[in-house]
Every structure is written in C-alpha cells, then in structure tokens.
Design a protein around this ligand. Structure first.
Ligand code: CTP
Length: 403
C-alpha cells in the first residue's frame, strides 16, 4: 500500500508545456488511493483543460478567486484548499510561479493557496534550459528550499524548444516515487521495530473446547496499522481473531494460547524498540488438558485452573532499551490501579480503558483511553474510533521515544 493512500493531494498546475503530463499525474495519485483536487493558474488552462482534470480527479477544478454560477458569484477560499491538503504539489512549476512563490507575490488563486498552505509543499520545476540555469531562477529554487519546500529536481533531455538540457519536468511516475520516498524517509518510526500483541487467547480444555474471551483484536490490529503507517517494522502477534491486515511492514504471527503468545513475544522482544501489549491474555488455563473430549457424565464439572505466565510482566523484567507499553482494563479505582501496574510490571506507559466509560473496551469499534506514563503524567482522550485511538497511542509513544 502506498503512503499516499487515503491522503489529500492538492495539485497546483502552472503554465508550462509539461502541464499536459498532469493528466497522468492525477491518474497515478488516484490509482494509489489518494484524494485529489486541482487548482490551476489561469494561463495553464491553455495547456490542459480543466474538464480533463476534473474528470480524472473527480473534483471541480478552480483557477480564480471567484466563479460565476448562474447569477451568483462563488468565492473559492484559498485558505480552505490549503487546510484541506495533506500535501501540496506544484507541477509543472514555471520560472514565473517559482519567482512569485519565492517573493510572496499573490496575484492568483494558486499563489494565495501556496502562501496559506500549512502542509508540506513539493514543486517540480519545468522550463527551458537557459531559464533553469539563470541566477534568478537558482535564487528562487534556493529560497523556496530554505522555506522548507521540497524540490523535485528537473531532469535533462529534449525540451519543447528543441534544445537539449536540464529543465524538463520529472516524469509523473518519478514525481510520485519521489514524493513517496520523501514521505517514507521522514516517517517518525522509520527504522524502528515494534512488537504488538493483539486479540484473545484460547486455553484448551480438551481437543474441542477452550476458555476464551470476547476480545476481537480490533484495537491491537489498529495499533499495528498505525505503527506501520508511521514507518515501523511491525511484528503483530495475534491470538485467534477474524481481523485482516495487509501491509508490507507488518509480519503477522498467529498464536492460540497464552503459552504460545509468551513464546512468540520472547522470540521477538530482544530485536524491537517498542512493545505494545494489547492482547487480552487469559489469566488462567486448565491445569490439565484432557486428551479426549470430556464426556457429559455428572451434574457438575469442575475444572482446575492454573495461572498463565504474565507476558507483559516477564518482558518488564528483562527489558533493556525497549519502550514497553501495557494495557489495563479496569472497573474501579482505575487510575490508581493503572499506576500500580506500571510499577509492578516495570512499564514505560500504560493505556487505561475504563469499563465505566460507554463505548470503551472489547468488541466495539470505539474506545476511550487515558495514557499514563512512568512519571505518572496522565493524558485522557475523548471517545474515538479504534483507528483514531491507535494513532493517539502511537503519537504519544513517538513523542516519548523520539528518533
Ligand atoms: N497481560 C499479559 N499476559 C498475561 C496477562 C496480561 O501480557 N498473562 C498483559 C495484557 O496484554 C495487558 C496487561 O497485561 O497489556 C493487562 O493486564 P491485566 O490483566 O489488566 O492486569 P493483571 O496484571 O492481570 O491485573 P488484574 O487482573 O489484577 O487487573
């Protein structure tokens, strides 16, 4: 899956002949699952029609501050475009627009949007070779990069003028690759390894029966995805769960019992930087597993249970550099119990769910958490989808782990 999947991309097109290539660029972004909006400088419409771009992007294309619809004038709010976008890509970026961007000129919608955009801005210069080499252009390119804008370098080749040299806009495929690589290289968990436990465990009673719980695995799987989306290499150790996950950075290891999960967690723990144990591990297991199906004989049946090993506590005992995060599901005295657990299990942080909160806990799509770190800083969060909760957890860890 591309890092651009689900991202909001604002494409700004200026008046260079390479504008005709932006049709392919829009298609590539859409194919990767991005949401695309296009804004154009008025002159760029001579090179490619807004109709082509709105058809491909499935969004209206804008080039002016005002639009006439019937008798009404509609204002295109440049601030809204800037706030909407996760990434703003200006391609092709002509010498004229680059110079205006570098100097704060603001005489069209694209430039006003550029000045108000808060997201990362990429620009792909496109011009004739002598223009590209000119000191003035060089100044613009340097100045824009000093603002933190990211240049997608022009390439060498035959130019529209017939001259051969540097100044050709990078090909759409290369623009996409450049942006993907740039985003990946800046992800906060790039190069980090994360271990996550998820789901329930099943403790066998006999060959056909087990003791389990209602954990769906949703929270742990969402955490795995959030970690991988931040660039981490993830080992997801999951008890029996119907959750599906496809991500090139996630290695799913399926286990059944608490003992299996213990073994798998210890197998990977030494190699990871962060471990987040969200699994609902059984605290007890049948002391003896019957080798044959237990027959119905008596009016009552008594099972003798033995404690399972506490995986989280065992990792707390051996941890060296790892940032170790546990979960606590509590019904009363929540904060105090969670803090005791941090100490008892030697954790760096704990994610507390209170069963007193509606929408928190097992099998729901939402959760309400409080994160408490080992210094007992408490951070409560609103009720959110588990996907959003997972992002909050990872963001808090990133803040504490650093790079
Ligand atoms: N956990 C674990 N291995 C176990 C039991 C729990 O790794 N055998 C982990 C869970 O994944 C979770 C945390 O410990 O991160 C939750 O522990 P919890 O069951 O709430 O705490 P306990 O230590 O069992 O304390 P209590 O039951 O008294 O609340």
């Amino acid at each position: 899956m591309s890092v651009l999947s689900g991202k909001k991309i604002l494409l700004g097109i200026t008046a260079g002949i390479a504008a005709y290539k932006t049709a392919s660029l829009v298609r590539l972004f859409i194919k990767l699952g991005a949401d695309v909006k296009v804004i154009m400088t008025p002159a760029s419409k001579d090179f490619i029609t807004p109709l082509t771009l709105s058809t491909l992007s499935k969004n209206p294309v804008h080039s002016t501050f005002y639009e006439k619809e019937d008798e009404n004038e509609l204002w295109n709010n440049h601030v809204d475009f800037g706030l909407w976008a996760d990434y703003f890509i200006i391609a092709p970026a002509t010498a004229n627009t680059l110079s205006k961007m570098a100097n704060g000129t603001c005489n069209n919608l694209l430039l006003a949007t550029y000045l108000s955009a808060k997201c990362p801005v990429y620009f792909a210069p496109a011009m004739d070779l002598d223009m590209y080499k000119h000191e003035s252009t060089k100044n613009s390119l340097e100045k824009l990069q000093s603002f933190g804008n990211i240049m997608i370098p022009a390439t060498s080749g035959e130019l529209a003028s017939g001259l051969v040299g540097e100044g050709r806009m990078a090909e759409p495929e290369d623009i996409v690759k450049f942006i993907e690589n740039d985003i990946l290289s800046k992800l906060p968990l790039k190069g980090k390894k994360v271990l996550i436990t998820a789901g329930p465990t099943y403790e066998a009673i006999d060959p056909v029966r087990f003791i389990g719980n209602h954990s769906s695995g949703k929270m742990g799987f969402a955490i795995a995805k959030a970690a991988a989306d931040l660039g981490a290499e993830v080992v997801l150790i999951s008890g029996p769960s119907h959750q599906q996950i496809q991500h090139s950075l996630i290695n799913r290891v399926d286990v059944v019992s608490a003992d299996d999960m213990y073994k798998a967690a210890h197998q990977y723990f030494n190699h990871v930087d962060i471990a987040i144990l969200s699994a609902a591990v059984a605290d007890y297991k049948p002391k003896n597993i019957a080798s044959q199906k237990i027959k119905k004989k008596d009016a009552t049946l008594t099972l003798e249970l033995a404690p399972t090993k506490d995986i989280l506590a065992s990792l707390g005992e051996i941890k060296t550099h790892q940032y170790l995060v546990g979960f606590a599901l509590e019904t009363n005295n929540e904060i105090e119990n969670a803090k005791t657990k941090i100490k008892r299990k030697n954790l760096d942080a704990i994610v507390l769910n209170s069963l007193q909160d509606k929408g928190a806990g097992f099998a729901t799509n939402t959760n309400k958490i409080t994160i408490i770190d080992k210094y007992f800083n408490e951070k409560p969060f609103e009720l959110k989808s588990k996907t959003e909760v997972a992002k909050d957890i990872l963001n808090e860890i990133v803040l504490r782990v650093g790079n």
